[in-house]
Design a protein around this ligand. Sequence first.
Ligand code: HEC
Ligand code: HEC
Length: 302
Amino acid sequence: MKKVLKWIGIVLGGLVGLVVIAAAIGYFSGKSKLTKVYEYAPENIPVPSGSEAVAQGQYLVEHWMLCADCHGKDLGGGEFVNDPMLGVIPAPNLTSGQGGIGSSYTDADWIRALRHGIRPNGEVLVIMPAEAYTLVDADELGAMIAYLKTLPPVDREIETRQLTPVAFIMMGLGIIPETDLLPASKINHDDVPLVAPDRGVTVDYGEYRALSCKGCHAENFAGFPPDPNFGSEAVPNLTPGGELAGWTEADFITTLQTGVTPGGHELDPLAMPWPGIGTADEDELQALWLYLRSLPALPNNE
Ligand code: HEC
Ligand code: HEC
């Protein structure tokens, strides 16, 4: 009997040892990913000034780039993730008020953050969806920055990012995939900005504007199942293989403008940013619809 207990003890001890070793490896590997410093000289993208560029930039930021979803209505930042397990990931204050990055950011810093997902010191940004902004047309990106530089200053001190050892371990062991949390890890940093197709009610132009939907509705637009890791709900399939199969263009536009689907389902504005998208110009929404209609009918992503 004693012998058996001894062996159980040895096996359990060994298992605990393995878990500790795995956690330690995960911790250091995750920490090195999350504190990685990238060196990219940002592209030379001209940032115009003048009221026309600022107005175009404001339109893009409010209706298509949706910065306010995370950085707050006034873009003055605030709490974003506060999870006892993972830590605190605030959304920075983008204005030039006290506590805002706007007062110190150069044009190159804006380009670096938006196209490469890194801070001015090269530190990798988490969650900030630079993989979408890196594809934005250079003139549009310049106009967006022109507008961001004119934001009304908001005085709001924002905490610094604090990730827990558990977050490092989960990243290191791949429980949280690197590409989910670190946009810089999935950006092709040598890509040059896309050139936007001419604006018009065309499939091509719709495809370009639909870049704004991919981060949530997936690369192939067939949505996502609920994700227990992040406690998120399902994201619908926008291809003709989903509920939109039976919709008309008017149904689509009315859904985005009112937040209510033809089936009477009210879309949660915190999950689906319809108030920003739905107030974009109608020709752009029509182009989006043309593009979504042109997609193959795919089953919902699993
Ligand atoms: C899905 C949420 C989300 C969206 C949308 C988003 N951001 Fe961010 N952004 C974040 C988070 C979170 C951080 C902080 C990341 C960190 O500290 O690692 C951040 C960081 C930044 C930074 C770096 C600030 C610094 O500390 O140097 C800039 C600049 C920025 N965002 C600008 C923008 C702009 C401009 C837009 C719209 C074009 C935008 N963001 C859209 C979540 C978002
Ligand atoms: C921040 C994530 C996010 C972005 C960005 C986003 N969506 Fe959504 N969308 C969702 C979620 C989540 C739902 C489901 C919301 C609900 O049921 O309350 C949804 C629902 C929808 C629906 C209703 C579909 C149905 O079957 O009921 C349409 C249409 C839609 N989105 C279109 C778009 C388009 C077009 C874009 C880009 C211009 C876009 N969405 C961008 C997250 C997003």
